[in-house]
Design a protein around this ligand. Structure first.
Ligand SMILES: NC(=O)c1ccc[n+]([C@@H]2O[C@H](COP(=O)([O-])OP(=O)(O)OC[C@H]3O[C@@H](n4cnc5c(N)ncnc54)[C@H](OP(=O)(O)O)[C@@H]3O)[C@@H](O)[C@H]2O)c1
Length: 332
């Protein structure tokens, strides 16, 4: 396939290049696009040295597959034209996720939604990590309600978010100065921020509502009650999620562990006595979502379960999921 990555210099774009190589995706040619400021930069890829090109619609026409890792506004402006020109597009932004005629896909959950579509949306990172673990539990025990609290890494805000956390941590430790902020609403170094994206009329943030809207669409449960509190923490990558569910049928931690052990994309990491549980430290760079601290939640009697998840949101929450979608296209 003639593959193009748009946003190739960003946090997700760089991972896309790596994942395509690591999974031996059948790439006959790879072209990397970014803004004018990156044009001409050379980068080493698993497919050879490649020069970053300034994006233009005309350059996309020769591609079979475009993986977009750019802003929603950019995707809205350009993706429809790419599809018209015969290019299949997998978009990482939120631009098309909730459009009725665009499938929103996590292959472990709803690969069949891809069908013959030529524009496919990749979900919000927190959502992708969540539904990989929720769907097998839903199949086994039914799902009545979901409450999630997230602990989200700086890289969720892109390459600039990572750079700001690193720079400001140094400023505090090396210079003894107060941290500053530009990408995040407040300094993130030595802090946690209970706001990701803008506040909505219902007092939730847009990030929190994305988890609600997108989980419902992917799992085909439009009325599932979900509440999310999304918090930014000063780690570099991996989103952690404390998840409480009420099931329709009785559930035990042992039965849930067994279901999750068999679930694709999930790795049970659950030996708390020995300090074994999901952590950003261990989940970084891993394709599977770690699930642990699995225990009965007594608030919901014999139908309550608490789980702690850690998933590398640049992989399962973005690049890996996009490439997994592309693999299904190839097979179609
Ligand atoms: N970060 C995550 O964890 C995550 C997870 C899931 C989904 N997403 C979504 O994925 C998308 C990319 O996120 P990111 O975190 O990778 O952002 P990022 O690190 O800020 O990267 C943005 C990329 O877009 C490129 N770009 C900006 N303006 C452009 C233009 N006019 N023409 C062509 N390229 C342009 C940038 O190129 P330059 O370097 O040349 O400016 C850069 O390569 C966003 O929609 C985001 O919401 C992110």
């Amino acid at each position: 396939m003639r593959v193009g990555i748009v946003g190739a210099t960003g946090a997700v774009g760089r991972e896309l290049v790596d994942v395509l190589g690591r999974r031996a995706f059948p790439v006959s040619s790879l072209r990397l696009f970014a803004s004018a400021r990156s044009a001409g930069m050379k980068t080493t890829t698993p497919f050879g040295e490649t020069e970053i090109e300034e994006f233009s619609d005309a350059k996309m026409r020769d591609l079979d597959l475009a993986l977009l890792a750019v802003s929603g506004d950019f995707a809205k402006a350009h993706a429809p034209r790419m599809v018209e020109a015969g290019v299949t597009v997998v978009d990482n932004s939120s631009a098309f996720r909730l459009q009725d005629n665009v499938p929103l896909v996590v292959p472990e959950v709803n690969a069949s939604a891809i069908g013959a579509h030529r524009l496919i949306a990749n979900p919000n990172c927190t959502t992708a990590i969540l539904v990989v673990a929720l769907e097998p539990l839903r199949q086994a025990f039914g799902l009545r309600r979901v409450i999630v609290s997230t602990y989200q890494a700086a890289s969720g805000a892109g390459a600039e978010g990572m750079a700001e956390l690193e720079r400001e941590t140094r400023r505090v430790l090396v210079d003894g100065a107060k941290p500053q902020h530009d990408v995040f609403r407040w300094p993130l170094a030595f802090n946690v921020i209970p706001q990701i994206d803008s506040f909505q009329p219902n007092a939730y943030t847009r990030e929190e509502m994305k988890v609600v809207w997108e989980s419902r669409k992917i799992m085909g449960l439009p009325d599932l009650p979900i509440s999310c509190t999304a918090v930014r923490i000063p780690t570099m990558r991996v989103h952690a999620e404390a998840v409480t569910i009420e099931t329709e049928r009785p559930v035990t931690p042992e039965a849930a562990r067994e279901v999750l052990r068999r679930a694709p994309g999930v790795k049970v990491v659950d030996d708390p006595e020995n300090g074994i549980y999901p952590m950003p430290l261990t989940a970084t760079g891993q394709d599977d979502v770690e699930a642990g601290r699995i225990r009965a939640n007594p608030v919901f009697g014999d139908r309550g379960l608490d789980i702690f998840l850690c998933g590398d949101q640049l992989l399962k929450g973005a690049a890996l999921n996009a490439v997994q979608i592309a693999e299904r296209l190839k097979a179609a």
